[in-house]
Design a protein around this ligand. Structure first.
Ligand code: NAD
Length: 436
């Protein structure tokens, strides 16, 4: 497993759980040190137990040694990051470096699997990179390149990997398809979940999935803004349309914008792929613009309440992670909210059950940002409360206490956690999203 991040570590551990021998490679010595010492470098529910069990069973190993990793397995997964480049396209430097390492060191047949989210055409680039390295060595070894995009969700990643809805395999040669079937057989004993297709379609499938989910969110966020203007309640609208089986309830929650390591970058990358191919993706351009605007919605509400100059004001912020059950803060709305509050002269006390160490890494010794021990502690001395992440522990707070502690009793709820009647009954000025 090349790359031991959210995807690589979960995939590696779950493959080991099914009895495979797995070696996880990462170039970050710190990550590998933590894993070798029995720790887990990320927060992912249930992952610690799977890792612990499989390390103890001698099936799961970690290394920073590229040569050892290439020698180790016939099946070489590439699960490295594909961050956005300056022009929005997926930066393939890590993927292609991993592919070159395999070509530079392989001595027998390999099936090289792109598990990272990569644009259409990447498998061709991986194939060419390996061929180039083999040519430099004067070798003509056989290898296959497969696209196997990953659909796991951070926060439920172990379950998603162990019980996938579908396993998409983009491959064009029988040997590779046979190996993929064998590898994934234990994950689909109940019924066949393998969707085998050509490589380009598999690459596009991953972007299509994330783009569709991001579209649903942006659609609801825009309707929420309209609902506020028209005096309607987006939560009731959500229930009204979600009950239609053609629509369904998932991914219809209005809020303060989507973040994370996937949706923002994948929407951007697909737009760029479209532009490069001469296809303007009008819907996705709007999805992205709507989301950028939505990340400002909480700040707009704060400014409307307290004015544009927030000097001397102090805000409690609940939730730093881009969603619950993860410590991932990549593209998190909290980052935009915090920066925008700073810009207007305010200070912030933040609380998050697991992401505060990540916030400290991102914001460093920022004097305007304090960290609270618990949600109520964050409210001390604060003018108002801003809720950014829908952690379970925020769902039933003591509204009377919140009212008593806040200087001006306003709650800006970016995730529509409460029945508006409840905070209002406690005397709070409650400002959710899209609920007039
Ligand atoms: N995080 C998710 O929920 C998720 C879900 C589905 C797909 N994906 C995709 O999977 C890919 C990985 O995402 P992630 O969140 O796991 O990223 P991550 O940043 O958590 O992990 C990537 C790891 O790869 C390592 N790395 C980089 N180059 C390397 C090399 N040449 N050899 C060995 N290790 C190397 C990095 O040090 C890092 O630890 C991305 O393309 C992402 O879009 C992510």
């Amino acid at each position: 497993m090349v790359g031991t991040g959210y995807v690589g570590l979960v995939s590696g551990a779950c493959l080991a759980e099914m009895g495979n021998d797995v070696l996880c490679l990462d170039l970050d010595p710190n990550k590998i040190r933590i894993l070798k010492e029995g720790g887990i470098p990320i927060h992912e529910p249930g992952l610690d137990k799977v890792v612990e069990r499989n390390v103890a069973a001698g099936r799961l190993h970690f290394t920073t040694d590229v040569e050892e990793a290439v020698r180790f397995g016939t099946i070489q997964f590439i699960a490295v990051g594909t961050p956005p480049d300056e022009d929005g396209s997926a930066d393939l430097k890590y993927v292609l470096a991993a592919a070159r390492n395999i070509g530079r060191l392989m001595t027998d047949y390999k099936v090289i699997i792109d598990k990272s989210t990569v644009p259409v055409g990447t498998a061709d680039k991986v194939r060419a990179a390996v061929a180039d390295e083999l040519a430099k060595r004067g070798l003509d070894l056989e290898y296959s390149v497969v696209s196997n995009p990953e659909f796991l969700k951070e926060g439920a990643a172990v379950d998603d990997f162990m019980k996938p809805d579908r396993i998409v395999i983009g491959a064009e040669d029988e040997r590779a398809i046979y190996l993929m079937r064998a590898l994934y057989a234990p994950f689909q004993r109940n019924h066949d979940k393998l969707v085998v297709m050509d490589v380009r379609s598999a690459e596009l499938t991953k972007y299509a999935a994330n783009a569709m989910l991001a579209t649903r969110i942006s659609f609801m966020n825009e309707l929420a803004l309209l609902a506020e203007k028209l005096g309607a309640d987006i939560e009731l609208v959500r229930q009204g349309i979600g009950s239609d089986p053609r629509i369904g309830y998932h991914f219809l929650y209005a809020g303060c914008g989507y973040g994370g390591s996937c949706f923002p970058k994948d929407v951007k990358a697909l737009i760029k792929s479209g532009a490069d191919a001469g296809q303007d993706l009008k819907v996705l351009n709007a999805v992205e613009a709507a989301n950028d605007a939505q990340k400002m919605v909480l700040v707009d509400k704060v400014v409307k309440q307290f004015g544009a100059d927030l000097s001397g004001k102090h805000f409690a912020l609940w939730g730093l992670a881009f969603k619950p059950n993860t410590d991932d803060m990549r593209e998190a709305t909290s980052r935009v909210v915090i920066e925008e509050l700073f810009k207007r002269g305010a200070t912030v006390s933040a609380y998050d059950p697991v992401a505060m160490h990540e916030a400290k890494r991102i914001f460093g010794d920022e004097p305007r940002l304090a960290y609270a021990k618990n949600p109520m502690d964050a409210l001390e001395g604060a003018d108002a409360l801003v809720i950014v992440t829908e952690w379970k522990e925020f769902r039933s707070p003591d509204f009377e206490r919140i009212k008593a502690v806040l200087r001006s009793p306003v709650v800006f709820d970016g995730r529509n956690l409460y029945d508006p009647a409840m905070p209002r009954a406690a005397g709070l000025t409650y400002q959710p999203i899209g609920r007039a």
